[in-house]
Design a protein around this ligand. Structure first.
Ligand SMILES: [Zn+2]
Length: 815
């Protein structure tokens, strides 16, 4: 029978439900606001098992959620995205993660079309009507509703095998050539995970499918992972390494979920971190082994630094947090569930040792196969196995919000005095903590493993809220004491001036690249919190300027952008740029021109320095950028891929910032016509780098024209809101054209745009943001808005507390 949707109020659905043995027809009452339905039957149902059959219809929506429509120039696709609460948009279900069931999926589709679902196709029959065929898939294992998938269209695949499991990487037919790299990654990763977990990949096959319209990056549907095209497709021959790294990371992340999330699922969304934290922690592990030359540990260190900053806001949340409504659940997919949980897991692994941790992971998974688990289940398994206080450490990080700050004093005879408090990026919050002598936050102290680096091998100790020092062996050599050996600790550190000088003096010889990234991140964060000066931080930058590590210089580049945009006055900006040119010009020159077959890190380093000098208006770099960008786009609608890819990309970015209309037209054409999704998105993103107001206007009009996919609009808006040269114009445009802008945003991209307004740095714009979003609501972004306002306030404080110091430092440099 048929359930009809009429819309509005109760009794939206009315229908008969056929029973089985003793058949009863029931009626349905829909509670639209709760996204729930009640089934009513004339007679009381008998005790024991009953079968419920429900007929229903739906529409293929354009919201990128539920069973939805994805379009290309040539045809439509019907595809699914259910996490977290959208399976109910496709079919009636007990749509909660703990209510697992098996699924038998049968699809009737056009004769020329195919379909992909979680399990193997077991039969393919013509009919039931002419022009159709019926595809039946094998019964799934017990799984949560949000992991079901069915995709209909004319997908083409590349096929391979790993540990006997068939793997396919699929796309629309025109892009199947771009699936090979993802397939190679998946083959490596599957074998790695089988070995690591000691539990075999559970499904009979693995499909990975790139969809033309996709809201998130990818989705770990059991045995049928779906992707945004740019996160699965890359040209094996001409794709650059950062693109390949991204594809490999996303593939490894989603595959980790097949164990963490799909086989063993969190009991409820409040423990989402059990899914996302684990996949985040796991995603670079196989890849660091597969491609050691791609320096994944440095990426992890950069991610940790970003997460610590995110979590040092007053409005941060705890890892485990209440989430009951769909909006609250959607908002859980943030930097805390991914970045913080992943970092805390990494810290615990570093403390108890890789093999002990792996065994604990195995025990935890084995105990909850095809079922659900809680945070306690995980840390109890680790505690039992390692006999170390993992439960105390993890529970303190999972249930307390924010970041610990360790304050070290000079070493005594046999220990280092340490006190801990909560670290804030805001100088007022820091001052408040200091004024109460830390008492306001005494309840907020952590049980934290601290690994000290001295001249000997690292010493790891657990610091509890009761401890006021870390004991050291009497005979330890102490030319230097760095309090985050391995760079995995989830905390910031404040040293005595003497300790700090000793570290800086030895940074290039005694610290590893991830440790140096941590040192630099700590110093910049301390500036933002009012506990260090920007001048002192810039001295550290100059001490590290010859660092051969691209990731470190990339962090410097991003931090210097903040100094320029958040602290420097208009007059100081020129002097600041002159220092950058004088200090980093020779470093760039020493690298020389690109050479074929150079290590990846050296290419990246050259590109980063080029962009840094371009931003500082170095005349030679600007000229070179112009010349290179012209050569890259000598042919219409096509990039010249014979040139050095990294330097070419940097040249295009530098030229774009300096407003070149001819280049703009080339990129606009590429963003419209390229057949390579990565190239297309890069071109679109680069449109957000042009600063000429006339070109910014063209970009904004283009974004709301309907020509840019909903999944991509926000990427450019966020870039425009980030740049101090374009943010005012973008903000005005957004407010004046809100209906058109809003129509281009999805649930998660709306939140990204709200987040990007956190780049503002004036009282006026802060108040505008508060007022505007009070009347122009964006779903699932309440906490995001509070955080954006927090960021603006922090920036205002940063400027007022550091402006004079920067000015004095620049004056001293000029001498
Ligand atoms: Zn994930």
């Amino acid at each position: 029978m048929r359930v009809v949707t009429k819309g509005g109020g109760q009794n939206e659905y009315a229908g008969r439900i056929p029973g089985k043995l003793v058949r009863q027809d029931g009626y349905i009452v829909l509670h639209a606001a709760d996204e729930q339905a009640t089934f009513l039957f004339p007679k009381e149902l008998p005790a024991g098992k009953v079968s419920l059959a429900i007929s229903y219809t739906g529409i293929l929506n354009d919201k990128l959620r539920g069973f939805y429509l994805s379009k290309t120039k040539t045809r439509n696709y019907a595809v699914t995205q259910f996490e977290p609460t959208d399976a109910r948009r496709a079919y009636p279900s007990f749509d909660e993660p703990a209510l697992k069931a098996t699924y038998d999926v049968t699809l009737v589709v056009d004769a020329a079309d195919t379909a992909i679902s979680n399990t193997n196709l077991v039969s393919d029959q013509p009919g039931p009507v002419p022009g159709k065929h019926t595809l039946r898939f094998a019964t799934t294992p017990k799984m949560s509703t949000y992991l079901v998938a069915f995709l209909v269209g004319d997908f083409k695949c590349t096929e391979g095998k790993s540990d006997g499991v068939p793997i396919r990487a699929c796309s629309t037919p025109d892009k199947v050539e771009l699936t090979k790299f993802a397939l190679d990654s998946a083959k490596y990763v599957l074998h790695y995970y089988n070995t690591y977990f000691g539990i075999k990949y559970p499904m009979p096959k693995l499909d990975m499918v790139a969809l033309p319209d996709f809201e998130a990056g990818a989705m770990e549907n059991f045995g049928c992972i779906t992707y945004r095209e740019t996160d699965l497709l890359v040209d094996t021959k001409t794709g650059n390494i950062p693109e390949k790294k991204r594809v490999a990371v996303v593939v490894a992340h989603e595959m980790a979920h097949q164990w963490f999330g799909d086989m063993v699922t969190m009991q409820w969304w409040d423990n989402l971190w059990l899914n996302e934290g684990f996949a985040t922690w796991m995603q670079t592990k196989p890849l660091a082994e597969w491609k050691p030359e791609w320096n994944y540990p440095q990426d992890d260190a950069q991610d940790l630094d970003q997460t610590l900053n995110l979590d040092a806001q007053k409005t941060t949340r705890t890892i485990r947090a209440t989430a009951n409504t769909p909006d609250e659940i959607n908002e859980m997919f943030d930097g805390i569930a991914y970045g913080k949980a992943g970092a805390v897991i990494g810290m615990v692994e570093h403390y108890i040792g890789k093999e002990a941790f792996r065994q604990g992971v195995h025990n935890y998974l084995q105990a909850h196969l095809y079922a659900n688990a809680t945070a306690e289940d995980f840390w109890n398994a680790q505690t039992e196995n390692s006999h170390l206080p993992v439960d105390k450490i993890m529970s303190s990080f999972v249930t307390h919000p924010g970041v610990p700050l360790l304050i070290l004093s000079e070493k005594q005879a046999s220990d280092v005095p340490v006190s801990q408090g909560r670290f804030f990026l805001s100088s007022t919050a820091t001052a408040q903590v200091a004024a109460t002598d830390g008492k306001a936050h005494q309840d907020l102290q952590w049980t934290v493993p601290v690994c000290l680096k001295t001249s000997d091998k690292p010493i790891c100790r657990v610091l509890t809220p009761q401890d006021s020092s870390i004991p050291l062996p009497m005979d330890v050599g102490m030319p230097m004491l760095y309090a985050n050996a391995g760079g995995k600790g989830y905390y910031r550190t404040l040293y005595t001036p003497k300790q700090y000088s000793a570290i800086v003096a030895k940074a290039e010889t005694a610290l590893t690249p991830p440790e140096r990234i941590g040192l630099l991140g700590d110093r910049w964060a301390l500036v933002r919190s009012g506990q260090a000066t920007v001048g002192g931080y810039l001295d550290l930058v100059l001490a590290l300027k010859q660092d051969p590590n691209a990731a470190l210089l990339d962090l410097v580049h991003r931090q210097l952008e903040r100094v320029d945009s958040d602290i420097a006055t208009e007059e100081d900006r020129a002097a600041f740029a002159a220092v950058v040119r004088r200090q980093f010009g020779p470093v760039y020159a020493a690298l020389g021109s690109p050479v074929k077959g150079e290590p990846f890190d050296r290419q990246q380093l050259r590109g980063t320095l080029f962009e840094m000098l371009g931003a500082a208006q170095d005349p030679a770099v600007l000229a070179q950028a112009q010349q290179l960008a012209t050569r890259v786009f000598a042919a219409e609608n096509k990039k010249d891929k014979t040139l050095d890819a990294t330097l070419s990309d940097s040249a295009v970015l530098v030229s774009a910032s300096n407003g070149d209309a001819a280049l703009y037209d080339r990129l606009l054409a590429l963003s419209r016509n390229s057949g390579d999704p990565g190239e297309k998105t890069d071109a679109l993103r680069t449109l957000g780098r042009f600063r000429d107001p006339a070109l910014v206007q063209r970009t904004l009009d283009y974004l709301v024209s309907g020509e840019v996919r909903n999944q991509d609009t926000w990427i450019v808006l966020v870039a425009l809101l980030r740049d101090r040269a374009t943010r005012d114009q973008t903000w005005d445009y957004m407010r004046n054209n809100w209906d058109r802008v809003h129509a281009q945003l999805t649930v998660s991209s709306g939140a990204e745009v709200v987040r990007a307004t956190g780049n503002f740095c004036t009282v006026r714009q802060r108040d505008e943001v508060i007022n505007f979003f009070a009347t122009h609501k964006i779903g699932a972004s309440e906490r995001t808005l509070a955080k954006a306002v927090d960021s603006i306030n922090d920036c205002i404080q940063l400027r007022s507390s550091q402006e004079a110091d920067l000015h004095a430092w620049l004056k001293a440099q000029a001498k």
